[in-house]
Design a protein around this ligand. Structure first.
Ligand code: NOJ
Length: 738
């Protein structure tokens, strides 16, 4: 196929200038067509889609990755449409395409923007083979509720981590230049507040005070705009009474007005028509009116815009300038992507699926994402020379599809290397690996193989128990109220434990699980999330000590669901709990009279601390922090203070540590979190090596939206910690003066 000649010629090469020239030629109907994204899931374009393309009624298609179909759709649009406008071809490329990286929450556990950038890059290259030029990622909703199924798609609970990893993912997808082959447009989603859905029920409502919106939920989106993200997607959820898709405060006032976003906003799937179901509007026409006036430029997979925008403009309820602005930014993106010059895709111009580079990226990401939660008596790493046999038990040891996680429409399970396969390749010649699946899947409650599992455990030197959740238990619309190990897994742990051998749990899951039932029943826990295509080799490398674990938790692990929300950057409150002022239910006398037990913020029936704190993650070596200090005890607004510490590797192996900087602003015009992550860095140290780790902290890094609604630093006292988790002890202090 030859690339067609652009039908509108201008001398200026700038995308926005070319877009403006094209816009001037368009009818209102053609403009509204650009604002519609149509589902194209099924095979060759059925006639209705072909006709709509010819009539200029479609700006984008979603969910077709058959390159022949995609090229044909582009051909109809550019060769048979009056103005020859190519299509944006959208697809959810969330954590890989054919080659799958760890779920985003796992990628967050790497605390490594480089790893995230490279993962997105190889995903963009693979997706480009199918003509995909637009992805709906990254999801940068701050997520503090592990019941929410979409926590898997997030970078967890921290603002800074989400800002930096979201930015890295955008850079990976979009490349240096959107016009380069292999670059695809990214989408920051879901604006805004989706991660705060009540009780973690997907699609539920959210109520977030403005200071919290601005200090927490908005921040990653502002960072994404600064990083040049092409598009923003609205959230399905209701935000303080106005669903995000009809919310002009967030879309017009904040996103465009305050942050200067000049890309375009797409609704979520049919979320414009859902404004009626929310109870914001009476019918689809009013929904189109609310969404367009709120600043939604393109409708995903609905027909409110195509059916009603024209009459709304003709009646004067929607201004032509609203339509023109939307279409201008949609066309500008198409020009920026180079689609007018190259609407067609030659798959052979891109690396094949599962290339060496893609598999290496997936393996590196998986390796750094796994978190060693506990390791009693240094039971890990395993020494193959000291073992004769290993029991490999559990439904997720050899489950090619399940290790990929949620949102993997295009993932190729044939590429997956499972832990069992990888261990067979690595140590199968030396160690007898005895595998018992034990459960049909992670939810099974009828498990005739438990006796066999316990028997094999008793006969082997140690047990590797592969537990967790199948893919389908997390992701969109897959929230859980009980986030313990599903099915009869706790019973399996007990049965295997009773065999008396060292038990190492490797947990594959889409969320932080509550592990209180099993944490004391096993000697070690490697938390592997859903690790993707190369999860197996990465886990094998860690189990056998080829590399030391270096992942750190991007989200707090509660002991019980009842503790949620529990996150590291909570407020102190007026009655903070401490080990001296909490009471346990078992300590209360029978018939005790009414008292305000402990007088602090805790639950009677569990500890006030989480099971594992944010930032936690052990290593096979011992890292020691010392000498936490500041370059200056007082700095002026606008200056920088350097916070540093010495990090020593006191063990006998080379390993990597994610060094974390936290601060606390002691007094504010609004109360401030007890700790906020302000920096992090991966450091690799040889045994015996010590290095000074420095973080330069500008006073701008300490800004927040205070009582007056202004974003600024408030002078006063600050504490700072450098440590290997938020449970930091070594503290220093500085002041900011006017
Ligand atoms: C609905 C999801 O909420 C969104 O994240 C996704 O991009 C779209 N569907 C398209 O699949």
């Amino acid at each position: 196929m030859n690339a067609p000649t652009a039908k509108i010629l201008v001398n200026d090469e700038r995308p926005s200038v070319r877009a403006r020239a094209l816009l001037a030629e368009m009818t209102l109907a053609e403009k509204i067509g650009q604002m519609s994204q149509v589902e194209a899931t099924y095979g060759y374009p059925p006639e209705y889609l072909g006709d709509r393309l010819r009539a200029g009624e479609v700006g984008s298609v979603i969910n077709n990755v058959d390159i022949n179909v995609v090229n044909e759709l582009q051909r109809i649009a550019v060769e048979e449409g009056r103005l020859g406008i190519p299509l944006l071809v959208g697809r959810d490329v969330i954590h890989g395409f054919r080659t799958i990286m760890p779920i985003p929450l796992g990628q967050a556990a790497t605390w490594n923007p480089e790893v995230v950038r490279e993962g997105a890059r190889v995903a963009a290259l693979e997706a480009s083979r199918c003509g995909v030029n637009w992805t709906f990622a990254p999801m940068i909703d701050i997520s503090r509720d592990p019941r929410w199924g979409r926590v898997a798609e997030s970078f967890g609970e921290s603002v800074l981590l989400t800002n930096l990893l979201g930015t890295a993912m955008i850079e990976g997808f979009q490349g240096e230049d959107l016009g380069e082959p292999g670059s695809i447009a990214a989408t920051a989603k879901h604006f805004a507040g989706y991660g705060a859905v009540e009780s973690g029920r997907d699609y539920a409502t959210t109520n977030i005070p403005d200071t919290k919106l601005r200090n927490v939920y908005f921040r990653p989106f502002e960072a994404a705009v600064d990083a040049g993200v092409s598009t923003v997607m609205t959230s399905f959820s209701d935000l303080n009474g106005v669903p995000a898709t009809g919310n002009s405060y967030i879309l017009e006032d904040v996103l465009r007005g305050e942050w200067g976003f000049d890309g375009f906003v797409i609704s979520d799937w049919d979320s414009i028509r859902q404004l009626r179901i929310h109870g914001l509007t009476e019918n689809d026409e009013e929904s189109a009116y609310e969404a367009a006036n709120a600043g939604v430029d393109m409708e995903m997979a609905g027909d409110a815009y195509s059916n009603h925008l024209q009459s709304l403009v003709e009646e004067g309820r929607i201004g032509l300038e609203t339509i023109d602005r939307a279409v201008l930014s949609i066309l500008t993106l198409k020009f920026s992507l180079g689609l007018f010059e190259n609407p067609y895709t030659n798959p052979d111009a891109f690396p094949g699926y599962g290339s060496e580079r893609a598999l290496a990226a997936a393996r590196a990401a998986a390796l750094q994402s796994v978190v060693l939660l506990k390791n009693d008596h240094s039971v890990l790493p395993l020494r193959s020379s000291e073992l004769e046999s290993l029991a490999v038990i559990g439904p997720l040891a050899d489950a090619r599809y399940e290790q990929l996680g949620t949102w993997i429409f295009d993932g190729d399970e044939e590429l997956s290397v499972t832990p069992l396969r990888a261990m067979q390749d690595m140590v199968g010649g030396e160690v007898e690996l005895r595998y018992v699946r034990a459960m049909q899947n992670s939810r099974s409650c009828v498990n005739p193989e438990f006796d066999a599992a316990a028997g094999v455990a008793a006969e082997c030197d140690a047990v590797l128990l592969f537990l967790g959740e199948e893919s389908i238990l997390s992701g969109e619309a897959h929230s859980r109220a009980d986030i313990g190990l599903p099915g009869d897994q706790v019973e399996l742990v007990r049965r295997v434990r009773a065999a008396g051998k060292p038990v190492i749990a490797i947990i594959l899951a889409g969320r932080p699980l509550t592990l209180s039932d099993v944490v004391d029943e096993v000697d070690a826990i490697l938390y592997a999330w859903h690790p993707g295509t190369m999860g197996g080799p990465a886990i094998a490398d860690l189990l056998f000590g080829v590399e030391s674990p270096s992942g750190k938790l991007p989200a707090t692990f509660p002991r019980l669901v009842g503790q949620i929300p529990i996150y590291y950057s909570q407020k102190n409150g007026g009655k903070p709990p401490s080990k001296d002022n909490v009471v346990h239910i078992d300590d209360i006398d029978a018939f005790a009279p009414q008292t305000s037990l402990g007088m602090s913020a805790f639950h009677l029936d569990t500890c006030f601390t989480p099971l594992f704190p944010f930032g936690h993650g052990l290593s096979y070596t011992d890292f020691e922090y010392s000498n936490v200090r500041v370059s200056s005890e007082a700095i002026r607004v606008g200056d920088t203070v350097t916070v540093s510490a010495d990090l020593s590797n006191r063990g006998d192996r080379e390993a990597e540590e994610v060094v974390q900087l936290y601060t606390r602003d002691l007094v504010g015009s609004i109360t401030r979190p007890v700790k906020e992550l302000k920096g992090f860095r991966r450091i690799r140290l040889a045994p015996g090596e010590t290095r000074t780790v420095r973080f330069d902290l500008h006073t701008d890094d300490l800004r927040f939206y205070g009582r007056d609604g202004k974003h600024r630093v408030e002078p006063g006292r600050f504490h700072a910690w450098i440590a290997g988790s938020c449970d930091a002890e070594m503290r220093t202090e500085f002041r900011i003066v006017e």
